[in-house]
Design a protein around this ligand. Structure first.
Ligand code: IPE
Ligand code: IPE
Ligand code: MG
Length: 245
């Protein structure tokens, strides 16, 4: 068999993509709509992105939905966001389950309203056995809170004699985080043109690649995700080592 040219090397698909879904407010503002309209469209984009990621073979997708700092927004916006999160999780849980998606929530659950907490627990229990993809929802999440909570538990375990302080390694620390069973993100995307991390996966993103599309989150679609993956595919991840070849 004659082969004229080698097959193009496909871009490696990142195993774990994490997204800071930013720009809902600006999307609404540009249309003269209330901010909640942007959040509604943002929730739709989040659901669509989970299904696209599944289709593209991404194993882990983390969506930053509500930060620990977002509690400081006006009460009506916080209420809108909590209501929308609960509604979306309730509405989409069955579809996600049918598609083999495991849903996981990371964040400080003690601050969540009881109905949101109950929804999360039901959704996680229902989808716990799914293995096609894991969708992680970061909700009431802040990396510094997460690390501080991990340090508190490590200190308690050391005092109780269950943890040898001399034996603590980076892997030990990772094991105390919400993400203890989730691989580190390979690619972090932040939409809306902002270029900052806003307390998201600080420890876990040590060697992630970053892309910052201008797209406002409600407009984020399959093409936008594919573009981000294409950028990722051009990166040369060296992890501090020497470039080979
Ligand atoms: C992201 O959109 C959603 C949350 C942070 C909950 P924003 O609400 O931050 O939208 P902008 O940044 O004001 O446009
Ligand atoms: C980060 O966006 C949090 C989420 C997307 C959930 P923010 O809009 O809250 O971040 P800052 O305030 O611009 O840093
Ligand atoms: Mg924002």
């Amino acid at each position: 068999m004659v082969q004229n040219s080698p097959a193009p090397t496909p871009h490696p698909v990142p195993r774990h993509v994490a997204i800071i879904m930013d720009g809902n407010g600006r999307w609404a503002q540009r249309r003269g709509l209330p901010r909640v309209a942007g959040h509604r469209r943002g929730a739709q984009a989040a659901k669509d992105t989970v299904l696209t990621a599944l289709d593209l073979g991404i194993e882990y997708l983390t969506l930053y939905s509500f930060s620990s700092e977002n509690w400081s927004r006006p009460l009506d916006e916080v209420d809108d966001l909590m209501g929308l999160l609960r509604f979306t999780m309730q509405r989409e849980a069955s579809t996600m389950h049918e598609r083999g998606v495991r849903l996981r929530v990371i964040g400080d659950r003690t601050r969540l309203p009881a109905d949101v907490l109950a929804t999360i627990e039901a959704m996680e229990a229902k989808t716990a056995g799914n293995r096609r993809m894991t969708a992680v929802i970061a909700l009431s999440y802040g990396s510094r809170d997460e690390i501080a909570a991990a340090v508190r538990r490590m200190a308690a375990d050391a005092v109780a004699g269950r943890l040898d302080p001399e034996a603590i390694t980076p892997e030990t620390v990772s094991g105390y985080l919400y993400t203890h069973d989730i691989p580190d993100p390979d690619l972090v995307i932040r939409t809306s043109g902002e270029q900052r991390i806003s307390n998201f996966l600080l420890w876990q993103s040590a060697y992630a690649e970053f892309v910052f599309p201008e797209t406002l989150w409600p407009d984020f679609d399959r093409t936008a995700l594919e573009n981000a993956l294409a950028s990722y595919g051009q990166r040369d991840r060296r992890y501090g080592g020497r470039k080979v070849g």
